[in-house]
Ligand binder design. Structure first.
Ligand code: GLN
Length: 259
């Protein structure tokens, strides 16, 4: 009798252990939370994510996440991939963090990844060739082509305008640098692009392109981790708060000439 009781208790303990590790969004052991972590970005998004003269991935996102990593005792390397590949890379566990000026307020994205404390408030604007008579989204007509970058909130806006018949075609490109080029060359009537990035492109080529109309939406850029990686998320949020408190965030905004 005693032996049967022992076997039964052992079985119950094993089932309980299995249940604990298999519920709650996955076993914590499956996530990387320290050592060398891989962050993915799309590096035509200056001043957040760009490639410097030496060919290195550089920007506000890189500097801020690297400072957070140092503060929290891990290291981070960066890889430049397509914007529409960022979330799939985390879902496939091919990367640990997204550092790409990504709007964290998007419900579909929130289903797939976990976002950190937002670190920058932004929004979308309309960019036109200098001298254009377009004054904003309300000036768009059904014969116009409007460009933005694949997988972004700007692309969502352009595709919605096309769906509603308010523009002829949304031209969706891989890189924002190509989007801006198409505006400059007159290949498209306008682009829908993030305000701080648009300002950066305008500043780099004054007199070529300009921003018109009101900001179209409200965005909150954040880092993202694999869904369920609560430990890494906590490290990023704690490290970010420390960088706010010690003035690093302000120093980096000044370095990258950001508002
Ligand atoms: N903020 C926009 C988005 O989240 C664009 C980001 C980007 O192109 N890096 O979709």
């Amino acid at each position: 009798m005693k032996k049967k009781l022992m076997v039964l208790m052992l079985a119950v303990a094993m089932i309980a252990t299995f249940a604990m590790t298999s519920c709650g969004g996955g076993d914590a052991a499956e996530f990387k939370t320290d050592g060398e972590l891989l962050a993915v970005t799309e590096a035509t998004f200056p001043p957040f994510d760009t490639v410097d003269d030496e060919g290195n991935i550089a920007g506000f996102d890189m500097d801020l996440l690297s400072a957070i990593a140092e503060d929290q005792g891990f290291t981070v390397t960066f890889k430049d991939i397509g914007f529409d590949s960022l979330i799939p890379a985390l879902e496939a566990k091919e990367a640990d963090i997204i550092a790409a000026g990504m709007n964290s307020l998007d419900p579909e994205r929130q289903e797939k990844v976990d976002f950190s404390t937002p670190y920058y408030d932004s929004g979308l604007v309309v960019m036109v060739k200098a001298g254009s008579d377009i004054e904003g989204v309300d000036s768009f007509t059904s014969d116009m082509k409007i460009a933005s970058q694949i997988g972004t909130t700007g692309a969502d806006e352009a595709l919605a305008l096309q769906e509603d018949g308010k523009i002829a075609e949304s031209v969706i490109l891989d890189k924002f640098s190509d989007v801006v080029l198409q505006v400059k060359n007159g290949d498209v009537a306008a682009a829908i692009i993030d305000l701080p990035v648009a300002k950066n492109y305008v500043a780099k080529q004054p007199g070529e392109v300009e921003l018109v109309g009101d900001v179209l939406n409200a965005e909150a850029y954040a880092f993202a981790v694999q869904k369920g990686n609560a430990e890494l998320l906590e490290k990023i949020n704690t490290g970010y708060q420390n960088m706010l408190d010690n003035g690093t965030v302000d120093e980096l905004k000044a370095k990258w000439e950001m508002d």
